[in-house]
Design a binder for this molecule. Structure first.
Ligand SMILES: Cc1cc2nc3c(=O)[nH]c(=O)nc-3n(C[C@H](O)[C@H](O)[C@H](O)COP(=O)(O)O)c2cc1C
Length: 221
């Protein structure tokens, strides 16, 4: 495997256009880019040439450098690693935790037609009146923060009988093969490690779970 510092140097040359043709570099410019001394930059370029990653022609105040096919391949390998790292995100997220009881307020809010209709429109099911509360494991708390960046649906607040009901947001998810939604009410009093999940059916009954039982929620693909 090519050393990281050589790879950095190849990347700097490629960013200057060195994959397309000769680019003029001085040991000073490379040194500044990589935060290394001119002497080290000079040694590094020489090393890259010896290993067949670049070709060089010397000029009066610097050199013209081109990446060889071999050099470009090394950069491509790195690129593919990054693709794998970042495309993993599209595979989805898993939030795990244990079932906890609330005080039953979710049931009240989820029974209101103005909320129910919006969930039906956005999630494709009429939600069961109630929310399943899950206390996330410590490992799932950062995942919960990450999914904040996904495309949540806005559930609009409304007024009825002289009372106002707040906005909420919702994200489609799954528990096993059951289509569900994570609901975050704008006025919730729950801390960040508790999520509320809604579904077309009574989740506790369907999953056969009660307080302290483990549940995993899948978001994304
Ligand atoms: C769709 C939806 C809308 C909500 N709107 C409000 C609201 O307007 N005002 C409020 O104080 N709480 C609102 N809540 C939050 C509940 O007060 C509470 O945080 C939560 O649902 C807890 O339910 P639980 O006691 O069943 O665990 C809403 C909850 C849901 C699911």
């Amino acid at each position: 495997m090519i050393p990281a510092e050589d790879l950095q140097c190849l990347k700097a040359i490629a960013l200057g256009g060195g994959c397309r043709g000769p680019v003029f570099v001085s040991t000073q410019s490379i040194g500044e880019m990589l935060a290394i001394s001119q002497q080290t930059a000079s040694r590094r370029l020489k090393g890259l040439e010896t290993q067949g990653f670049i070709t060089r022609t010397m000029a009066a105040d610097g050199q013209h450098v081109t990446l060889t096919r071999h050099g470009e391949e090394e950069l491509r390998k790195e690129f593919q690693d990054y693709c794998r790292i970042f495309s993993d995100h599209t595979k989805g997220y898993t939030l795990s935790g244990t079932v906890v009881s609330g005080i039953g307020e979710g049931k009240y809010y989820m029974s209101l037609p103005a909320y129910k209709e919006q969930f039906n429109t956005h999630l494709g099911f009429v939600p069961y009146p109630g929310t399943l509360n899950i206390r996330l494991s410590p490992a799932s708390v950062p995942v919960r923060k990450k999914i904040d960046a996904l495309n949540w649906v806005r559930i609009k607040g409304f007024s009825t009988d002289g009372r106002t009901f707040g906005d909420a947001r919702c994200l489609p998810c799954r528990i096993g093969d059951i289509s569900c939604g994570i609901v975050v009410p704008g006025r919730t009093h729950y801390p960040e490690d508790i999520i509320e999940v809604i579904a077309p059916i009574a989740l506790r009954r369907r999953l056969g779970v009660g307080d302290t039982d483990n549940v995993s929620v899948e978001v994304g693909q």
